[in-house]
Design a protein around this ligand. Structure first.
Ligand SMILES: NC(=O)c1ccc[n+]([C@@H]2O[C@H](COP(=O)([O-])OP(=O)(O)OC[C@H]3O[C@@H](n4cnc5c(N)ncnc54)[C@H](O)[C@@H]3O)[C@@H](O)[C@H]2O)c1
Length: 267
């Protein structure tokens, strides 16, 4: 059902790889709610992902962009304004990748040059994106910038490895840059801390399926789905949340405030 919450708004969605991707669902929901969007992903992901199918379905253009490259980010931002016909109202950063997790390095034996790559892709890209958007003045007054995070930024989840520090950095960039965006033109910047979700990035974490089941039982409402996350993103892009900024917002069915769950003890 559409309430046209984003009617007349323009935005960019990063990170839709396949139908499981959270960004895929967000893109679908934004368009269903009346937004005009461009889609983007790293050139390598465009080769093996399925973004073409989504672009066709949503009648949206794809602009390749490695989010660690300022040059490619600037190109993406200017082209998006050209294609969409004006300044932007929202941006979703839905990007995560850990080299050490991918190569199965234990946390006590990480390669630090890989760690730097992880931070660059998963967190510093958010600062690079916001800095490029700030300098090019691409955001409309009362716009909204969002990134996706995970509770490992606050609590220890051993198998999440260096992604925990990536998310802590990501959330900190939202607070720090949120201040400057608020002063510039009332643009809000937030992170959504999402439940474990069955996606390519999610399933890359060791023991993910067991952990997904554990979180499902620990959360009184169960895990929040990617579809629900998409709806939450739309609310944060809409005009109903204009004064929410510099926050990390849990979207997790209650997981973050639980201490003990009888459902787990019974198991
Ligand atoms: N899946 C979960 O359990 C979960 C939970 C909380 C938060 N998140 C976060 O949600 C976001 C989206 O992940 P997802 O679960 O939908 O998985 P996904 O694998 O579908 O999405 C990750 C995306 O990052 C993109 N990416 C990687 N390197 C890039 C680069 N250099 N430039 C541009 N894009 C690049 C990938 O191509 C992919 O599209 C990530 O930030 C992830 O950490 C996921």
């Amino acid at each position: 059902m559409s309430n046209n919450l984003l009617k007349g708004k323009r935005g960019i969605i990063f990170g839709a790889l396949d139908e499981q991707s959270i960004a895929w669902k967000v893109a679908e929901e934004c368009v269903a709610q009346g937004a005009l969007i461009t889609l983007t992903n790293a050139p390598v992901a465009l080769r093996f992902g399925q973004l073409d199918a989504l672009a066709e379905k949503l009648n949206a253009e794809i602009i390749p962009c490695d989010a660690t490259s300022i040059e490619e980010l600037e190109n993406l931002l200017t082209k998006s304004m050209d294609i969409l016909g004006g300044k932007l109202d929202f941006i979703l950063h839905s990007i995560g990748m850990s080299v050490n997790v991918r190569k199965k390095k234990p946390y006590t034996d990480l390669k630090h040059d890989w760690m730097q790559k992880t931070f660059d892709v998963s967190a510093i890209s958010f600062h690079k994106l916001m800095q490029s958007a700030y300098k090019l003045d691409v955001m409309n007054e009362w716009g909204s910038i969002l990134a996706l995070s995970y509770i490992a930024a606050q609590r220890t989840f051993p198998d999440y490895s260096e992604m925990a520090e990536s998310k802590a950095l990501l959330e900190s960039f939202a607070r720090s840059f949120g201040y400057h965006w608020a002063l510039k033109n009332n643009v809000r910047v937030n992170t959504i801390s999402q439940s474990p979700t069955m996606t390519t990035a999610g399933k890359g974490v060791k023991g993910f399926v067991d952990f997904f089941d554990y979180a499902e039982k620990m959360s009184p409402m169960g895990n929040a789905s990617a579809e629900d996350c998409a709806k939450y993103c739309v609310s944060l892009f809409s005009d109903f949340t204009r004064m929410v900024t510099m926050q990390n917002l849990y979207h997790d069915g209650g997981f973050s405030n639980m201490g003990m769950s009888p459902a787990i003890l019974e198991k």
